[in-house]
Design a protein around this ligand. Structure first.
Ligand code: ADP
Ligand code: MG
Length: 225
């Protein structure tokens, strides 16, 4: 199987603003490979979330091409093969922590032992004691950790985490990243984290920088157009 999980060529996403069309992501060309650890950095409004939604197949590019040849058709990506951790709170309010974390397995009709997989995912982020709580009983940081447990539970090929440490103080953010990286160590999963925090970005092995929709600077595996 190819190591290239996401292959994007001249990817653009524009929105109409009055009469004119504004490119929120402009001609982004990149490849995401198995085991990549990418920090997507850029100011607020630079296009990070839009790019992540394109990478997840949740949004459709205005022009350019994106393919997930190694992963299968776009409509089968979420949530089994690609996990997207939204920037905004995304736990379902009437469901407990455990039920929220089980969701990707239920949606993907997984045949694994759901209770065991959910317990392991919760334990990865030290959340065992919260399993029966409702989202409204959690702090913002706890919700982010539950969303992360939900992202790993199905062993996806790609995890796209949109500012997952945004609600956390720096030591707690690093602890979350420690747990995530330790969990992914030895797997083929690729990880992309959007972050404002240079100390978080420095822990990835590739940095993609986005400025006003343009991927302008990088280290590591970003390919030339
Ligand atoms: N659905 C939309 N309609 C119009 N403009 C949008 C939409 N989604 C995002 N934008 C605009 O695109 C720009 C980039 O947004 P976003 O991708 O959320 O950036 P970031 O995640 O880096 O903060 C912002 O100026 C935002 O207002
Ligand atoms: Mg964003």
């Amino acid at each position: 199987m190819s190591d290239i999980l996401i292959d994007a060529r001249s990817l653009s996403r524009s929105y109409l603003q009055g009469e004119s069309s504004i490119a929120v992501v402009a001609s982004a060309t990149f490849r995401l490979r198995a085991r990549d650890r990418v920090a997507l950095v850029g100011r607020s409004g630079s296009g990070k979330s839009t790019l992540m939604h394109l990478m997840a197949g949740l949004d459709v590019p205005s022009s350019g091409a994106i393919s997930w040849s190694a992963l299968g058709p776009a409509e089968t990506l979420l949530p089994a093969k690609i996990s997207l951790v939204f920037q905004a709170q995304s736990l379902l309010e009437p469901m407990t922590v455990s039920e929220n974390v089980a969701l990707p397995l239920l949606l993907a009709k997984s045949t694994v032992d759901i209770d065991a997989a959910v317990s392991a995912a919760l334990a990865t982020f030290g959340l065992e004691s919260l399993s029966r709580k409702l989202p409204e009983e959690l702090s913002g940081g706890q919700m982010q950790r539950v969303a992360m447990a939900r992202a790993i539970v199905g062993n996806p090929s790609v995890i796209l985490a949109d500012e997952p440490t945004g609600q956390l103080d720096q030591p707690t953010g690093h602890a979350l990243l420690d747990a995530l990286l330790a969990h992914l160590d030895g797997t083929n999963t690729a990880l992309v984290i959007a972050t404002h925090d240079p100390s978080i970005a420095a822990r990835m092995n590739t940095i993609w920088r986005i400025e006003r929709g343009v991927l302008v600077e990088s280290s590591g595996t970003l390919e030339e157009a």
